[in-house]
Design a protein around this ligand. Structure first.
Ligand code: DX5
Ligand code: ZN
Length: 226
């Protein structure tokens, strides 16, 4: 069921890479609504993380939503692999190639929810002709490639997208630099899915997961008070 309530999506980019399964279970037990999985290729973005095989290994440890953010180019040859790995949402960047429309068609054709991501330098208008074929628009509030970067204010873009989307069942997701200080800004502009890496995982561990819960609650409370 689609709803616009605030959802917190911890990014496992900030978790222990030797322990993804347990990290996913720990943040879910501590209140995460979705799990955000950052795939980087060392080409579209500077860093390399992991691919579909790792997503498949993580999948059984996720009970909520596996939200796969592809920061790769090209995208199309790899989509089937991520769908087979069990992604619920697959998000591709509008900047990753000339045929985002085809990419989104393919994602839905594979039975997944389709997301489109916008880098900070890309205007809201880039998705105007894609709204009938997406389930999520991801507004990057950092330049993709690394966790722990400083938030870039995209409030005007988020508000423009919220208006453009109207009653369509499309989530607005924010990715990068989300913490209790920045969450109210993006939530009041119309975002409902808040990705957070460092602000969720800081201070905790699988052995001591309570800080994850406190961090998630702090972001959620801040967003609700917007
Ligand atoms: C950035 C990634 C983000 C990142 C967010 O390229 O797409 O998901 O992990 O990390 P924080 O919350 O630390 O900015
Ligand atoms: Zn991401």
């Amino acid at each position: 069921m689609f709803d616009r309530s605030i959802k917190i999506a911890p990014s496992i980019l900030a978790s222990d890479f030797a322990n993804f399964g347990a990290e996913c279970a720990a943040v879910e037990a501590q209140g995460a609504d979705w799990i955000h999985v950052d795939v980087m290729d060392g080409h579209f973005v500077p860093a390399i993380t992991f691919g579909a095989q790792t997503c498949k290994a993580i999948r059984p440890h996720i009970k909520t939503v596996m939200d796969v953010h592809l920061m790769i180019a090209p995208v199309d040859p790899y989509l089937e692999g991520f769908a087979e790995a069990g992604a619920d949402v697959i998000t591709a960047h509008v900047e990753a190639g000339p045929h985002i429309h085809r990419t989104l068609q393919t994602i839905r054709g594979l039975g997944c929810k389709a997301g489109v991501a916008l880098n900070p330098g890309t205007p809201a208008s880039a998705v105007e002709d894609l709204l009938e074929m997406v389930d999520l628009v991801c507004v990057m509030t950092v330049n993709p490639g690394f966790g722990g970067q400083k938030f870039i204010d995209m409030t005007a873009k988020i508000a423009a997208l919220r208006q453009m989307i109207g009653d369509r069942p499309i989530h607005i997701e924010i990715d990068g630099g989300v913490d209790p200080t920045t969450a109210p800004l993006v939530a009041s502009a119309g975002a409902d899915v808040l990705v957070a890496g460092s602000a969720v995982f800081r201070g905790g561990s699988v052995a001591d997961p309570a800080p994850y819960g406190a961090n998630i609650a702090a972001i959620r409370e801040a967003a609700k008070q917007s």
